[in-house]
Design a binder for this molecule. Structure first.
Ligand SMILES: CC(C)(COP(=O)(O)OP(=O)(O)OC[C@H]1O[C@@H](n2cnc3c(N)ncnc32)[C@H](O)[C@@H]1OP(=O)(O)O)[C@@H](O)C(=O)NCCC(=O)NCCS
Length: 212
């Protein structure tokens, strides 16, 4: 099979590193996912199988193999998010299209215990730079439910552009859910990296979320 541009890869910024899934991630992945059902389920694709079944240690080998296969075929870049060397979440670059469109969609989650440290904005910035660099894409899209204020903050921090409102767009948590589409094309970075643009942004004010 021909080499896929930009895959596999381990792009990083500071303590945040993205890497391919490993078979031996099973136990850690399952432990985080089972502990985070309430945190993750509202934002995840609908499924006829219950959470326990989908996120058990035994469910990982099939998922791992589907992700690795998607990566090898160039259809997706299925990254695990590591923070300080520890697995804390996933970031999946999917719907990878080359040709005249050269676009992709990014989805992500982190362990609730690690939320609020800016891990996902950094992971997304690293992924955007990788997509525009080694993968050779021109556009990155992120689709978010209007209720997902935490995820809306992530794209706000990166300065992604609001592109539109998709009605009943994705089958999430048991129903067809509206999503807001955000995107960025490479020209918007004016030759800078997304990681450096994120680093240059002022920190969130302390009054946000009652953390003052
Ligand atoms: C959305 C998500 C990935 C953000 O990741 P993160 O690494 O915590 O991102 P940040 O640290 O930048 O935090 C983003 C916002 O989350 C909110 N937040 C932070 N800590 C939080 C916590 N413990 N509980 C709830 N919300 C929290 C804050 O509003 C924060 O914005 P702020 O920095 O301006 O205060 C994470 O909340 C998550 O995994 N949620 C569940 C899955 C999900 O929604 N995936 C995205 C689907 S589109």
């Amino acid at each position: 099979m021909a080499k896929v541009p930009g895959w596999p890869a381990t792009p990083s910024a500071g303590p945040v590193l993205l890497r391919a899934p490993r078979l031996r991630d099973a136990r850690t992945w399952s432990e985080i996912r089972l502990r985070n059902e309430r945190w993750l389920a509202p934002w995840e694709p609908s499924s006829p199988h219950d959470w326990e079944e989908r996120n058990s240690v035994g469910a990982w080998p099939a998922l791992h193999s589907a992700l690795r296969s998607g990566g090898r075929k160039g259809l997706m870049l299925p990254f695990m998010i590591c923070y300080g060397g520890r697995l804390v979440g996933q970031l999946n670059v999917s719907n990878v299209v080359h040709g005249a469109l050269r676009s992709c969609t990014v989805g992500y989650w982190v362990d609730e215990a690690m939320a609020g440290r800016g891990i996902t904005p950094t992971a997304l910035a690293v992924a955007v730079d990788h997509c525009f660099g080694a993968v050779g894409l021109h556009r990155v899209e992120v689709d978010i439910r209007p209720e997902n204020t935490a995820s809306l903050r992530v794209v706000e921090k990166l300065g992604l552009r609001r592109e539109g409102f998709y009605e009943r767009f994705l089958d999430i948590d048991g129903g067809w859910r509206d999503h807001i589409a955000f995107a960025i094309t490479v020209e918007e970075l004016n030759g800078r990296s997304m990681v450096s643009r994120l680093a240059a942004l002022p920190p969130a004010p302390a009054w946000r979320n009652g953390r003052a």
